[in-house]
Design a protein around this ligand. Structure first.
Ligand SMILES: C[C@H](O)[C@H](O)[C@H]1CNC2=NC(N)=NC(=O)C2=N1
Length: 112
């Protein structure tokens, strides 16, 4: 799979599914340069830096649009010039393909 193909997938309900294994997570992580696993492999994370608050907020709004469209929602930490995105799947207690799909869609916002 390529990053573009990953970003074209759609999130699905993961209720009752087990989290991804670490091998699958590592394979998907390889498609997303700049992203890291966090929380003992239960989350996917990236910090994005922006020159000002307006652009930080603009990015967060675009992420919010994706999250509502995909019904998959990130944990967000932000300040004037950065946003840290953390994707994890509450329904599985760890990572799912949904986290990688949403990270790829957010990455596409930056890469164009
Ligand atoms: C009912 C609804 O589809 C679920 O609660 C969705 C909503 N957004 C979600 N977001 C995240 N990050 N994990 C989930 O398991 C999740 N579940």
């Amino acid at each position: 799979m390529t990053l573009t193909e990953l970003a074209r997938l759609h999130c699905q309900s993961r209720h009752g599914s087990p989290p991804l294994g670490s091998l699958q997570a590592q394979e998907l992580l390889a498609l997303l340069p700049g992203w890291n696993l966090a929380d003992g492999g239960r989350a996917l994370q990236r910090r994005l830096d922006f020159p000002d608050f307006q652009r930080t907020l603009g990015f967060i709004n675009a992420v919010g649009y994706i999250a509502n469209q995909q019904d998959h929602h990130p944990d967000l930490q932000a300040a004037y010039g950065f946003c840290e995105l953390t994707w994890t799947t509450h329904d599985t207690g760890g990572l799912s393909l949904n986290d990688f799909i949403c990270a790829a869609r957010c990455q596409a916002l930056i890469d164009g």
